[in-house]
Design a protein around this ligand. Structure first.
Ligand code: MG
Length: 336
C-alpha cells in the first residue's frame, strides 16, 4: 500500500514537503520509472547528440496574483529559469501555458503578460511556445500559469558531496512567503517586505566561473531551506549541521515568525540558492556572491557532517542542537 492510497489529495501534497515526496515516489516515479526522472533534480538533464540540455516545468497557482515585489507572471518566468540555472545550465527558451477562468479581467491578463515579457527579457530567455485554455466561471481561480524551460548545460556539478563541504546561501530567507502572507491581509499584518523573486542564472554563472568545486545547488522555494537541506542528505551516508546565527533573516521576517509561531527555515523563497561547495572554495564563492547584486548577504551557513546520517541539525544561538525535519504539512497553500 502506498502512503496516499486511501486518502484524498490534500493541500499538503502540494507543499513540497514530506507528502509531496511520498506522492512523487509512490505515484509518479513508480509509473514513469526511468533513469533521468529518478535523479529528481530541478531540471532533467538530456543528452541529445552529445549536447547536455536541461529541461524543466513548473505550474504557478499563487494567491494573490499581484504582491509586493512581483506577480504570477514574473514568478512563472524566474521560477523556471532558476530551476535551469541550479543544474548548471544557461536558460534559453520557455513555454507559457495559461489556464484562465471565464470572467477574468483582461486588464490583469495584459499586465501579467507584460510582466512575463519583461521578466523573460531580463532573464535572457525567449517565450517560444504557449497554450491558452479557458475554464467555466467557478472552475478555476482567476488564472494559473505553467512554464517549461530549456537550457544548455555548460557546467557539470560534481556529485561527490563529502564531510567538510560547506553549505552556502546568497541572502536572507523567508521574504517571499512573508510578503505573500502580508499581501493576503488575512492576518492583519502590515509588514514592508517584498518577495525576493529574482532570476539567479547570472549570479550562478559568476559562481560557476569562479569555482570548480561546486557540488550541488538548489533554490529553496516551497518548504524553504529546511526542505532543501533534507532533500540533500536524505538516504545519504552523511548529514548537515547549520548554524542558526549564520543564517541571514531580516528583522521584519523574524518578527512575523515569532508573532505567528512560524519557523523561518520552512518559509518559501523565490530568489535564493543553496550551494554545497568544497571547503577550500567556500570563501571564494561567498566573495563572488557578495560582489553580485543578488548575493550581497551571502553566507556560509553550515557544513556537511558525518552524523547523524541523513539528518539536518541546527546549532541554536544558545549552543543547543536540534533536528530540522522535512515538513509534513504546509504553513500556507498557494504561495507559488
Ligand atoms: Mg527548484
Amino acid at each position: 500500500m502506498n502512503t496516499y492510497g486511501n486518502q484524498r489529495i490534500s493541500l499538503a501534497h502540494g507543499s513540497g514537503g514530506k507528502l509531496t515526496h511520498d506522492l512523487i515516489k509512490d505515484c509518479f516515479l513508480a509509473r514513469f520509472k526511468n533513469p533521468i526522472l529518478s535523479e529528481l533534480t530541478d531540471s532533467a538533464i538530456l543528452n541529445l547528440k552529445g549536447i547536455n540540455l536541461a529541461f524543466t516545468t513548473d505550474s504557478y497557482v499563487i494567491r494573490p496574483l499581484f504582491f509586493p515585489g512581483g506577480d504570477i507572471g514574473k514568478l512563472a518566468v524566474y521560477g523556471t529559469v532558476n530551476d535551469l540555472a541550479v543544474v548548471g545550465a544557461k536558460p534559453l527558451y520557455i513555454s507559457c501555458g495559461y489556464l484562465i477562468e471565464e470572467g477574468f479581467n483582461s486588464v490583469s491578463l495584459d499586465e501579467i503578460t507584460q510582466s512575463i515579457g519583461d521578466a523573460a527579457r531580463n532573464a535572457g530567455v525567449l517565450v517560444v511556445t504557449g497554450d491558452t485554455k479557458v475554464v467555466e466561471h467557478g472552475k478555476g481561480d482567476g488564472i494559473f500559469i505553467n512554464t517549461s524551460g530549456i537550457g544548455v548545460c555548460y557546467y557539470q556539478l560534481l556529485q561527490d558531496i563529502e564531510v567538510g563541504d560547506k553549505v552556502l546561501i546568497n541572502g536572507p530567507i523567508g521574504d517571499h512567503e512573508i510578503a505573500i502572507i502580508s499581501a493576503r491581509g488575512e492576518l492583519g499584518l502590515d509588514v514592508k517586505i517584498e518577495s525576493d523573486c529574482a532570476p539567479l542564472a547570472d549570479l550562478i554563472s559568476h559562481v560557476l566561473t569562479a569555482s570548480g568545486k561546486i557540488k550541488f545547488m538548489r533554490d529553496p522555494t516551497r518548504g524553504g531551506l529546511a526542505t532543501t537541506l533534507n532533500e540533500i542528505v536524505t538516504s545519504k551516508d552523511l548529514g548537515i549541521l547549520i548554524e542558526e546565527k549564520a543564517i541571514p533573516i531580516r528583522e521584519e521576517v523574524r518578527a512575523v515568525c515569532s508573532l505567528l509561531g512560524f519557523d523561518p527555515l520552512y518559509l518559501a523563497n523565490e530568489g535564493k540558492v543553496v550551494i554545497i561547495v568544497g571547503c577550500e572554495d567556500a570563501s571564494l564563492v561567498v566573495d563572488t556572491m557578495c560582489a553580485h547584486s543578488l548575493g550581497r548577504d551571502a553566507q556560509v551557513i553550515g557544513e556537511v557532517v558525518e552524523s547523524p546520517k541523513g539528518r539536518v541539525c541546527l546549532r541554536t544561538e544558545i549552543g543547543g542542537t536540534r533536528i530540522v525535519d522535512m515538513p509534513v504539512g504546509t504553513l500556507l497553500p498557494r504561495i507559488c
